[in-house]
Design a protein around this ligand. Sequence first.
Ligand code: HEM
Length: 445
Amino acid sequence: MPSNALPPGPRGSLLGGSLRDFSTHRLDFFVRVAREYGDLASFRFGPRRLFLASHPDLIEQVLVTDAKHYIKHFGARMYKPVLGNGLVTSEGDFWLRQRRLSQPAFLKARVLSYAPVMSDLTRAMLARWHPGQHINVHEEFSRLTSAIALKTLFGLDDAGDREEFVASLREAFDLLSARFGDLVRTPLWVPTPRNRRTTRAIAHLYRVVDGFIAQGRARKEPGDDLLSRLVAARDDDGSQMTDTQLREEAMTLYLAGHETTALTLTWSWYLLSTHPAAEARLAEEWARVLGGRAPAPDDLPHLPYTDAVITEAMRVYPPVYLIGREATCDLELGGYRVKKGTTIFMSQWVSHRDPRYFGPDPDAFRPERWLDGLAKRIPKYAYYPFGGGPRVCIGNTFALMEAAILLATVGQRYRFTLDPNAVIETSPQITLLPTYGIPATLALR
Ligand code: HEM
């Protein structure tokens, strides 16, 4: 019989519970809760009851075994005004149908066909760079992965409206994110100044994306881009996605895909610039295997250290550091009763630093740890940068290939010298951003 008591955890303040800790220093808060209260802890955000699950078996139970009894948590649902019923935010039969329709576009063979776009756009970025130039690594890689996403998704070459698209997207997201910490949230239809700005930003964004979709449909030959593949996708009964579904899936793929990959590269470069021995070993691998040319997908299995660097960077700085689910019925977890409506958080930031699997120095960046079969020795849900179960990231093959191609193409030409006075700090929003970017100077390798 599961216990009716709550798992142990911090009491927090009378009104907000732990909301303030979450808003001001959530990464440290999660680590402290897990280390002090154990593998299953509980706390409150206002009236909302939350659990933090930090043992791989518990995470597997939520993400895999009991997946059908959970939906995405309230935080993920908050982005529905932008993402609509796209894959990240939809549920149930609707989600399953969309996932089935989208899956073929993400088969390995299809994903490999995007490699040339990734290399070409990276080379175009390198052509604009020069030695001695001062850059913000995060900005450069966000711009690059955004251009790659727009090209692979919509077949768009850096279109004129791209800047406008990116700006309105950022505005809509910043406005929606600001709501996350609100104790009392007014529905978006209430015309407060912030709500009005938010709905205007969303409407603007929709117009831009609908324009991309219309351009795609107007092309005589269907392109190789993801959107064309979604346009052509048919369910068993012959039905296809409507224009609204296409817009919501396209927005979702753009949003879910480009910033996460940019962050993988940004944090990788930061870690490499502060770990010269790892960087030297990486450069040696590229020189030996690639000899200066851009990597093709066939090269990737021959670049094990490149893979280990990316794996380790996503361990230390997981781009998605928090996943949440909400129970749709009364359930059991770790011997405790999970009442319907309870939110379960699982944090990659916490799990990826668990000394039981990554000790004795879990914070240290050591790509070598992955070279002797660690992935097979640890439980599956000790390391889960892409989530797991039916809702596992659909773009994980795409992301890993993109990260490896971009890292090796850029890294064979340039090194990044971190500014001596740079303040490097994490800013956990939806993804794990560097608060002040990563300021660095380019030097030829
Ligand atoms: C390093 C880069 C990436 C990371 C770390 C990442 C991480 C994740 C995680 C953790 C989830 C699961 C969220 C949850 O269970 O609540 C997820 C879902 C998803 N990701 Fe990614 N992702 C990355 C790249 C991409 C790319 C490149 C694309 C698309 C081109 C993409 C599209 C999606 C979609 C559509 C979902 C929702 C899948 C579903 O629920 O059916 N991601 N991602």
